[in-house]
Design a protein around this ligand. Structure first.
Ligand code: DGJ
Length: 687
């Protein structure tokens, strides 16, 4: 048996073993799975017989450049300016310490040092991987992924990804990949509505699930290739807008981090690994209560004025909301979506007694105050644009495309970042603001910065965005930040590490929202999922649902209300008040407990189970007919719970009914749905 150098990384429950290949100068995966998986011959080993390809093309390599791996897809495509592409490197040493590993490779001919970096995340089953590329000569990089991730599959790989479009984000989608390449990504300057930068891979029907998620708020791609060596190889990284990045001699490019996760318990177990990881990303801000929000956007649109907003704020306070957010439309020139962006001053006509008076009036109702801003946007008719036409992305001689009647500021420019920071500091200084909703509603089109030579515009925009968010956290730590991009177009780990909640979608219709949240919760934690109860009818699924359904659905994340409360009856307001009281009773469990998705929205009863040590909270939603079917004599629908102690006893706090854990696991919780009863929130105390 060949002996080779091997390094082992351990997370809470998993082992990731990397070895130096016996076949050439590259690192390859030896084992990845539950602790102990590294003892035995590697499941990624292959015959070593190749025909028409090189050993590197079939190896389960961790990272290989084009050149050394000529045919089957490489993570790095580099050349000296004006010369042939290709890197052929040698192993240059390993550095290992508790939870970290760095493997260096150098190509002296081209002048490149590449370091493959690994770091385990304590308290999770996540390993972060990234690559540091240092040029000793000027280098042109056409592709520079963060990592390649190898997954052994017996036959067909099952890929799960989150796909959609505006208003239909995060749809859980599956594909069985027998041969070929699968690709998802975005060139929209943000992760985009079409695909989340997230992928899960399973070996056919096997439970074990591997996942990756990219820590990058700009352009990206993830590919999965079936490999000649009988594995699936996932490659992920950012994508330079210009198609290539020029690295000056002595410069180092650090790729975004790729979070790699494993669970033996399928997509469900994998989702809990991601939830745990996002709790860590939140740091100490995890413990900041997410206040029940009221947002007036769906009620008033651009028709914002002090009197109308105060009427809504009063109603919001009455039902128990804790925070009032004025969305788009509060600033000068913003009667509709054709103007105003960039001129971030409250409209004096809408707030005749002054905005500070208005904010004080909202606060006088016992509510915190929050504001919507779209910092990267500018309207062509704004004063900002008249003063700084050079601040937008543009290409000389080309007309600017308007999307939603607006242009995009080049946030990669330091002066633009300083303007945004100055604007937000001024607003937070002038008014008592405790919540910011940061929106972004258009992708870059004519993306250039005339006169600046070759620049990595996408990376600079991302860095500017993150710099401003970092400033907010440091300078205004008490301000809660909601990330939003025309719905859910910018939900990624870099954003999640710097915001408190994100807005998954503009679609708030009950059954549509259920399907969006179902996908979202596969990748993201409940404590980041902003969700509103509104009046919106179904966009894609017009079946009506009750107010209770809307509340229970929204309570699976961070509850907000976005309905036009002025039109609600006293009975509806009273019901809302009751639900908000219940939410406040359970949100420590729903935000901090373990979440399990029970079935899917295609089942007649779908649920989310949240477990704390002393109680289990179950959100149950009827997706089927509302006429009480199955008809008499029928039985109630049942929702089987999971992972409870079969011997434990649980008491339903509302009805007093007691159940054994075995009963809840085997038969499930009963729900007798009817036309008036299509959702429930059950709290089961462990006795
Ligand atoms: C898009 C967001 O997703 C909505 O919630 C709302 O803030 C609008 N923009 C306002 O223009």
């Amino acid at each position: 048996m060949t002996s080779y150098e091997r390094w082992i990384l351990r997370t809470d429950h998993t082992t990731y073993a990397v070895r130096l290949s016996p076949d050439g100068p590259w690192a390859e995966l030896d084992a990845w799975g539950p602790h102990g998986v590294e003892h035995g011959p590697s499941a990624l080993d292959w015959s070593r017989r190749t025909h028409f390809i090189t050993p590197a093309d079939a190896a389960p390599a961790e990272y290989l450049p084009y050149g050394l791996r000529p045919f089957t897809g490489s993570e790095l495509v580099a050349s000296r300016s004006g010369e042939e592409r290709g890197v052929w490197w040698d192993f240059a040493g390993a550095e290992e310490s508790e939870g970290t590993l760095r493997l260096a490779f150098t190509d002296h001919v081209v002048g490149l040092r590449a370091v493959l970096c690994y770091e385990t995340v304590p308290g999770t089953d996540v390993i972060l991987r990234w690559t540091e590329l240092t040029a000793t000569e000027e280098l042109r990089l056409e592709r520079f992924d963060s990592a390649a991730v190898n997954i052994p599959v017996g036959g067909t790989a099952r890929l799960t990804y989150l796909a959609g479009q505006w208003s239909q984000e995060f749809q859980r989608t599956r594909l069985d990949l027998q041969r070929g390449t699968f690709t998802i990504g975005s060139t929209q300057g943000v992760p985009g509505h079409a695909y989340a930068p997230w992928l899960a891979v399973q070996d056919g029907d096997s439970a074990a699930a591997y996942g990756v998620a990219l820590d990058w708020p700009g352009n990206w791609h993830i590919t999965a290739d079936t490999e000649p060596g009988g594995i699936v190889r996932v490659r992920a990284g950012r994508v330079p807008h210009e198609g290539a990045v020029v690295l000056a001699a002595g410069e180092t490019l650090v790729t975004p981090r790729l979070a790699c996760a494993f669970s033996p318990d399928g997509l469900d177990g994998l989702s809990r690994v991601w939830h745990g990881y996002e709790r860590r990303l939140a740091g100490e801000r995890l413990n900041r209560p997410r206040k029940v929000l009221y947002n007036s956007w769906e009620a008033t649109g651009f028709d914002v004025d002090a009197a109308g907003q105060l009427e809504l704020a009063k109603a919001a306070a009455e039902i128990g909301a804790e925070l009032f957010v004025v969305d788009d439309g509060w600033f000068t020139g913003r009667g509709d979506d054709t103007g105003g962006l960039g001129d971030w001053y409250p409209d004096p006509e809408a707030f005749p007694a002054g905005f500070d008076r208005f904010v004080a009036d909202v606060r006088g109702l016992g509510l915190d105050f929050g504001l919507w801003v779209e910092p990267e946007a500018v309207s062509p008719g704004s004063r900002l644009y008249a003063e700084h036409p050079d601040w937008v992305y543009r290409i000389d001689g080309r007309p600017a495309t308007l999307v939603r009647n607006q242009l995009l500021l080049d946030l990669g420019r330091t002066d633009v970042q300083d303007f945004v920071i100055g604007t937000l500091d001024r607003l937070f200084g002038d008014y008592d603001i405790s919540y910011l909703k940061w929106d972004m509603n258009r992708p870059p089109t004519e993306r250039g910065r005339p006169g600046s030579g070759p620049v990595d515009l996408d990376a600079e925009h991302a860095a500017g965005y993150l710099r401003v968010l970092d400033h907010l956290r440091a300078a205004h730590p008490d301000v809660t930040v909601e990330g939003c991009a025309g719905g859910g177009a910018r939900v990624d780990h870099a954003t999640l590490a710097r915001t408190d909640v994100v807005w998954p979608s503009d679609n708030t219709a009950p059954l549509d929202r259920l399907s969006i949240q179902y996908g979202f919760l596969h990748a993201h934690a409940p404590h980041v999922m902003s969700s509103w109860v509104t009046d919106a009818p179904g966009v894609f699924d017009p079946r009506p649902r009750s107010l209770a359904f809307r509340f229970v659905n929204a309570m699976c994340g961070v509850l907000g209300v976005g309905a036009d409360l002025r039109r609600w009856t006293p009975e509806q307001r009273a019901e809302a008040r009751r639900w908000i009281v219940r939410y406040k009773e359970v949100c420590h469990v729903t935000h901090h407990g373990e979440a399990r998705l029970l079935g899917s929205p295609e089942d007649s009863t779908f649920g989310v189970q949240f477990d704390a040590a002393d109680r289990t909270v179950v959100a149950a939603l009827s997706t089927g007919r509302l006429d009480g079917a199955p008809l008499v004599p029928g039985r109630p629908d049942r929702l089987r719970l999971r992972a409870l102690d079969p011997a434990a006893r649980f008491r339903d706090t509302a009805t007093g009914t007691t159940y054994s854990g075995a009963h809840l696991l085997h038969h499930g919780l009963p729900f007798a749905w009817s036309a008036d009863h299509d959702a429930d929130l059950v709290v089961l105390m462990r006795e």
